[in-house]
Ligand binder design. Structure first.
Ligand code: SAH
Length: 349
C-alpha cells in the first residue's frame, strides 16, 4: 500500500490543484485547512462538517499527520518533547518550551540528521540523512500546538532543532509562511527565529526574501583557528564572510542578529576569548546568546563552572555588548538537540 500524502504538504493554491478532480466548491479550501491549523485536528475523520462521503474519499489517499509518535516526554519545567517517525522510518525530535513570560515556543527540526558536524552537537553525530518536507515541518509545529490546552496556542517558533535551515530554505519558508499566516496559526513573523551554522550565501538569501524572521548565527568561537575546530563548516567560509552577511541582513531587515555562543570548559570560555568576541562585535548592532554546554553522552566536553560563565558574561557586558545567558530547559528529557533521537536509537536497535 502506498503511504498516504499529508494535506500539510500543500499551500492554498496547490491544494486546489491537488484536489481538482473532486470538483469541490471553493469554500472547502478554507474549511479543510482551518481544521488542522486553527482547530487542532490531526486527522481527516475529525473534520465533522465535511460530508462523510468526502471525508472517506479524502482519507483514501490523504492524511493530516503522517508520522507515528514514538515518544512523548514531559519535564518538570513544562518542557515537552516528541519523537516522530516518518513513513520511511526516519525520526526527528521537536520540543515545546514554556516560560514564565507566558511564551509558548515550538522548536522544530529541519533535516533528518545534519551534515555540519559541529564538534559538540549530538545532532550531527550520525551524519545527514535527508531534508524534511514542508508538511513534515508543519506537522511538528501542529503536534506541539496540540499539546497546549484548547484555549492556548503557540506564540513563538525557533528553528533550532536538528539540521541546517539555510540548506532547506524553500521548504522551510513555505512551512513558515503557512503557520504565520493570519487565517492559520497566526504566529507573528517577528517571533520566529532561524538559527544557522552561518552560511553567508544562505543568510543573504534569507535577507533578500524579506520575510521578517529573526536570524541567529551559531558563532561559538571568536577567531577562525578555533572556529575551524569547533564548527568545521567554517573552513569553507571564515568568520569575516559570515559577519559581512550578518551585517547585510541587519541593513536589509533592520533586525539585529543574535550570535549564539556555546560555552565549553577550557575550549572557548576564557577571558581572552570574551575579549576577542567583544572586538568582533563592538561596532555591530548585535546580541550574544551564551549557552552553557549541555552534556552529550559519548562526547568529552564539559560545561564551564558558573564562575567561568559569569566571568565571560561580565567581560562582554563591561565592554558594552548586549548579551543573555540561555538557561537549560528540559534536562530530564534529553531536550538538547538530537539526544532523544540518539538515545532511542541506542536503546531500541
Ligand atoms: N543547526 C542550527 C540550530 C542548532 S540548535 C545551528 O547550527 O544554528 C541551537 C543552538 O544550540 C546552536 O547554536 C547549537 O550550536 C547549540 N547546541 C547544539 N548542541 C548543543 C549542546 N550540546 N549544548 C549547548 N548548545 C548546543
Amino acid at each position: 500500500m502506498l503511504d498516504k500524502i499529508s494535506l500539510l504538504e500543500f499551500g492554498p493554491e496547490e491544494l486546489k490543484e491537488e484536489l481538482a478532480s473532486l470538483e469541490l466548491p471553493n469554500f472547502r479550501f478554507a474549511q479543510i485547512p482551518r481544521w488542522y491549523f486553527a482547530r487542532k485536528a490531526g486527522s481527516i475523520s475529525e473534520m465533522t462538517d465535511l460530508p462523510l462521503t468526502l471525508r472517506e474519499k479524502l482519507a483514501e489517499k490523504y492524511t493530516v499527520f503522517a508520522a507515528e509518535m514514538l515518544a512523548h516526554r514531559k519535564s518538570d519545567d513544562g518542557t515537552e518533547k516528541l519523537l516522530l517517525q516518518w513513513p520511511d522510518g526516519h525520526r526527528v525530535e521537536c520540543v515545546l518550551l514554556r516560560d514564565d513570560r507566558n511564551h509558548r515556543t515550538a522548536c522544530i527540526s529541519i533535516q533528518v540528521g545534519c551534515a555540519m558536524g559541529c564538534l559538540f552537537c549530538a545532532s550531527g553525530l550520525d551524519g545527514f540523512v535527508r531534508n524534511l518536507t514542508r508538511g513534515e515541518m508543519i506537522e511538528q509545529i501542529l503536534r506541539l500546538n496540540q499539546l497546549l490546552p484548547k484555549t492556548e496556542r503557540l506564540t513563538h517558533l525557533v528553528i533550532m532543532g536538528t539540521g541546517e535551515p539555510l540548506l532547506n530554505l524553500p521548504s522551510l519558508l513555505s512551512a513558515l509562511n503557512a503557520v504565520t499566516s493570519q487565517e492559520n496559526l497566526d504566529i507573528s513573523k517577528r517571533r520566529v527565529t532561524i538559527s544557522t551554522v552561518g552560511l553567508p550565501q544562505g543568510i543573504e538569501k534569507l535577507a533578500d526574501a524579506e520575510v521578517s524572521y529573526r536570524l541567529a548565527v551559531s558563532l561559538h568561537a571568536p577567531n577562525d583557528v578555533l572556529r575551524n575546530r569547533i564548527v568545521p563548516q567554517n573552513r569553507h567560509t571564515g568568520i569575516q564572510k559570515i559577519m559581512a552577511a550578518s551585517d547585510y541582513f541587519f541593513e536589509k531587515t533592520g533586525r539585529r542578529v543574535t550570535f549564539e555562543y556555546v560555552l565549553i570548559d577550557s575550549l572557548n570560555d576564557s577571558r581572552e576569548h570574551a575579549q576577542e568576541l567583544t572586538a568582533l562585535l563592538r561596532n555591530r548592532t548585535a546580541i550574544v546568546n551564551l549557552i552553557p554546554f549541555n552534556p552529550v553522552q559519548g562526547l568529552p566536553y564539559k560545561t564551564p563552572s558558573p564562575t567561568a560563565t559569569r566571568d565571560f558574561a561580565e567581560t562582554l557586558q563591561n565592554n558594552g555588548i548586549d548579551m543573555k545567558i540561555r538557561f537549560r530547559k528540559g534536562n530530564s528529557i534529553n531536550a538538547a538537540c538530537g539526544q532523544l533521537r540518539r538515545s532511542w536509537k541506542e536503546s531500541k536497535e
